[in-house]
Design a protein around this ligand. Structure first.
Ligand SMILES: *Cc1c(COP(=O)(O)O)cnc(C)c1O
Length: 225
């Protein structure tokens, strides 16, 4: 588990260097440590190394790990970065602090109702399918700005930022640029973009939050991707 501490240090330094290279302040970029498929022991190492923001892509997996961890460490911030089904909205609102994957009317409506019911205000991001990939979640980039407006005006949701996952086999730069452009149009402040393989590029394009898993925790089994 010593590796995790060293890896985290390395990732933080790379974030800071990429920020400075773009004339940005390192503290303006937050690191979401993506702990999917990894157990409490690995997560504990990251917490010991000062990491407080974590990301999970499955509600059910997160429910098995995080209630206990959150009890032990009160200032953790947990982000849902995977697709959310309406029938998991109750659990998601109860457990997560940020949901990065709002991408359709039904989930916006369900989250609004659930947050009201639980008296919890989560921070929300709209996921944009910048590559228009059939198998990928996220709203069509051409509809993203109007969807953000509807989330705000119709559902009373505060949308803090946008999130994207560029196609695996493409240069990510244009996708990051597109997300930044939509954020300006939609009047949204935060940009969640960049993973282990491309977070430095994402920072050059304005990322305010990067989601890094394998560069911190190591490689995942293929099924966990
Ligand atoms: C798994 C995952 C990541 C982290 O990916 P790495 O390549 O391991 O850094 C980031 N974002 C999302 C949405 C993910 O599902």
């Amino acid at each position: 588990m010593k590796d995790i501490i060293l890896n985290l240090e390395d990732v933080r330094q790379r974030i800071a260097a990429a920020a400075r290279e773009s004339g940005r302040r390192p503290e303006d970029i937050s690191l979401v440590a993506v702990s999917k498929t990894f157990g409490p022991e690995a997560i504990h190492s990251a917490i010991e190394a000062g990491q407080r923001i974590f990301g999970e892509n499955r509600v059910q997996e997160a429910q098995g790990k995080w209630p206990a961890l959150k009890e032990q460490c009160l200032d953790l911030e947990l982000h849902l970065i995977g697709p959310l089904q309406s029938n998991k909205a109750r659990e998601a609102v109860a457990l997560f602090d940020v949901i990065q994957t709002v991408d359709r009317e039904k989930i916006a409506r369900t989250l609004a109702a659930e947050m009201e019911k639980q008296r919890r205000r989560l921070r929300l991001y709209v996921q944009v399918n910048t590559g228009l990939e059939a198998q990928k979640a996220g709203i069509d980039p051409r509809e993203a700005a109007s969807f953000v407006a509807r989330c705000r005006e119709v559902h009373g949701l505060e949308i803090e930022g946008l999130m994207c996952i560029p196609p695996l086999d493409e240069n990510p730069g244009p996708h990051f640029a597109l997300l930044a452009k939509i954020a300006r149009e939609a009047n949204v402040e935060k940009l969640s973009m960049g993973m282990s393989g491309d977070f430095e590029t994402a920072i050059a394009f304005g990322a305010t939050g990067v989601r890094v898993g394998s560069a911190i925790f190591g490689n995942r089994p293929a099924a966990g991707q």
